[in-house]
Design a protein around this ligand. Structure first.
Ligand code: SAM
Length: 276
């Protein structure tokens, strides 16, 4: 980046009013050969040309403008600034993730968690991923951890990529995908380990997770928490709901994934649950 930034500035500064040069994006995210850059409102009239220059200097086929992630399916709504093909294959930790970057979230800040999940999975155990996305967390468990995985994804669009990724990573023998709402998943008392990689309303899914869990299981419970409630939350809520459903819960580990909003953090708690 030390050499890239002066190069970008050199290419474009003559085309921008002087005061705007310092507003050029200083950070970007690359997913496969797609680039995501933040564009300040002041740069609106120049956004396409800026994107073209970033694409050229950084060698990307498509450039998107960073935007919001929202809704039940956690979809992105990134505006295309340059190029037109937003589908790419991103390689991370030996895993091939195919996705449409303009519509499906892939957070660079979650990389540690994707790597960690590859390490915690054990050969032969049954993992149920209740919010699979494109296989963000569960592909590493099947590929590196040799775990068996049931991956549940509600969005039909995201599901298509999940199925492709299972094939791309050659784990068809260990990984099965369902395009349903996880609350409609029929399996009971089957999982050694459950992934709850979701935010904001994850606690609503705890009773379903417990019904999928074996009498003893590990649950990786993600949620978003206001800073003032940490570190007791979100484990306290989890344990209360577990007790109402006949399970005891023990906190094994807690990690902060990233800042979600001002004063709100995305955290993951590893919980061991067992039938009382
Ligand atoms: N778990 C991955 C991670 O943490 O990186 C992917 C997270 S992504 C934000 C959550 C996914 O859960 C989305 O693809 C969304 O469509 C899916 N989802 C949301 N509600 C669901 C439900 N009730 N049943 C199954 N999938 C659901």
């Amino acid at each position: 980046t030390q050499l890239i930034k002066p190069r970008i500035r050199e290419m474009i500064s003559g085309e921008l009013p002087e005061g705007l040069v310092k507003m050029l994006p200083k950070h970007w995210v690359r997913i496969g050969d797609v680039l995501i850059i933040p564009i300040r409102p002041e740069l609106e009239p120049y956004k396409h040309r800026i994107a073209e220059v970033y694409a050229e200097v950084l060698g990307a086929k498509t450039v998107l403008r960073k935007g919001r992630i929202g809704g039940e399916f956690r979809e992105t709504n990134y505006e295309i600034l340059y190029g037109n093909d937003t589908v790419t294959i991103h390689i991370e930790n030996g895993i091939r993730y195919k996705l449409d970057v303009a519509r499906i979230m892939f957070s660079p800040a979650n990389v540690k968690e994707r790597v960690r999940m590859a390490e915690v999975a054990k050969p032969g155990e049954l993992v149920v991923d209740m919010f699979a996305g494109i296989g963000h967390l569960s592909l590493p468990m099947a590929v590196h951890g040799k775990a068996r995985v049931i991956a549940i994804e509600k969005s039909p669009y995201t599901f298509r990529f999940l199925v492709e990724n299972i094939e791309l990573n050659k784990v068809q023998d260990r990984m099965t995908a369902y395009n349903i709402d996880n609350r409609d998943f029929p399996g009971e008392n089957i999982a050694d380990r459950i992934l709850m990689g979701y935010v904001v309303t994850t606690h609503e899914f705890i009773p379903k997770a417990l019904s999928i869990a074996k009498d003893e299981a590990i649950i990786h419970y993600h949620n978003t928490v206001p800073e003032r409630l940490m570190p007791d939350e979100p484990f306290r809520t989890f344990r209360n709901i577990a007790r109402e459903h006949g399970y005891e819960a023990e906190k094994l580990n807690e990690l902060v994934i990233k800042r979600y909003a001002p004063g709100v953090w995305h955290v993951v708690v590893d919980v061991r649950v067992f039938k009382k």
